[in-house]
Design a protein around this ligand. Sequence first.
Ligand SMILES: Cc1cc2nc3c(=O)[nH]c(=O)nc-3n(C[C@H](O)[C@H](O)[C@H](O)COP(=O)(O)OP(=O)(O)OC[C@H]3O[C@@H](n4cnc5c(N)ncnc54)[C@H](O)[C@@H]3O)c2cc1C
Length: 495
Amino acid sequence: MPARTGEQYLRALKEESNNIYIDGERVEDVTEHPAFRNVAKSVAELYDLQHEKPDKMLYTSPTTGDKVGLSFIEPKTKEDLIARREMFTEWARHSGGMMGRSPDYINTSIMAFASAAEFFRQGNKNGIDFGENVRKYYEFVRENDLALTHTLIHPQVNRSKMQHEQKDPMISAHVVKQDADGIYVSGCRLLATLGGITDECIVFPSTLNKATSGDDPYSMAFAFSNNTPGTKFICRESFDYGRNQWDHPLGAQFDESDAIVVFDNAFIPWERVFIVGNADICNRTYMETNAVIHMTHQVIAKNLAKTEFTLGVILNMIEAVGIEKFQHVKQKASEVMVALETMKSHLYRAEHNASVDKYGNMTPDFEPLNAARQWYPHMYQRIQEIIKILGASGLMAIPTHKDFESEEIGSLMHRYMQGANLDGYERVQLYRLAWDIAISAFGNRQALYEYYFFGDPVRMSNVYYDWFNKEPYKEMVQDFLERAKKRSGITPVKA
Ligand SMILES: Cc1cc2nc3c(=O)[nH]c(=O)nc-3n(C[C@H](O)[C@H](O)[C@H](O)COP(=O)(O)OP(=O)(O)OC[C@H]3O[C@@H](n4cnc5c(N)ncnc54)[C@H](O)[C@@H]3O)c2cc1C
């Protein structure tokens, strides 16, 4: 089947009747439910965009000849990588970068897993070819243009213990039974973003946290459709309050939802299983398949779009209240401009220095991408802080559309809320957008998302430190000191 339209995506969600819960109740139809219908429409718009800009968004499937989504491509050239990044950018710009989980994010990961089928074959057993399973699953998702979420993290019960050491070792999702047909899974996983409105979910190991063999029962990778009996997606309360998009410019469109995923003896057939009972393979999955590199390529393209959008908001705010002449204002806007240019450079170097990996995929240079993913979780908090500092009381003087509609107070709002170059109505709309980026529940969830979604930045920085090639820099300084010793003509003093 060629790439889906928005209408096909929404129809599928209706028909699937997935196991979605919110506020204590099962959701009958997410496309109608107030917590999900608007964000589902936004995802549908992304699917439609594929058909509005087919040259940018689609490529020819190598198996069916259909036109399928470009985020699924197994890149063979640098041009493929650049075309794929431009596709990421189209989708990211649609929400100003506020939808972290547009389906391209997971699509890149399953593409990388499929290319690295031989990696999964290390775990083959009982005649089951896990490499073949992962390859077929990727093709199934690509040809049906499905939307996926993923869940990688164990519940937070006690972070100083492994899963098998927990006071209740049955809490984290684990394999309870295997038979000739498949595996049976019980327990819980966190935190499936977009889980309420995706077709399928993949359960994979953490990109970062390592397990020991004692945690083999928890060490697995598999895929399931979101209506699988014995599974439940329990979504957090919605930050879409059912307001119009003037009042709530982002939350009323892009609140992706985050779900706790619960398994109760859920049956997963062998053809959907990719790793089972093997902590060692799990520990190496994201790095050795290069999935983390392709995902980071998508993330940095998305973050670039987010930085463009938030910079645009900041620049409009500066003009709206005539603060462009103040030095600290320019300095703060410049910080965001520098962030934008820096992100572009990270991407350029990653693509320019790309090389073919052992699976035959043209793979971006991870060094600049990895540096960008260490840095942006902190930078995004700063962008929000800058919006707060420059917005000041304007972020609270934000009457609603109804205030402007009111016969009694509407004219007051038009007049008293005006800016240097804008009528009150236009200025408040802009400041409501700034509020939704930096202050609202939606905005604060974005801050938490950017900080944590790729893993704990503290542990990421520790892994980065260990991984970084430090020797050349240490040697440079040792050479310098050695040269100084020689040139000064002194006799070295021994201890
Ligand atoms: C908005 C949002 C969306 C998300 N979406 C997804 C998703 O779609 N799929 C998914 O799988 N995950 C998702 N996540 C989860 C994300 O991967 C985790 O938040 C992240 O890996 C950190 O894990 P944790 O939240 O369990 O924090 P914890 O590991 O519980 O950490 C809590 C605190 O304790 C500290 N800490 C804990 N253990 C250690 C340690 N060993 N060493 C040092 N410090 C430690 C941390 O630094 C942190 O300050 C999402 C998270 C958020 C906030």
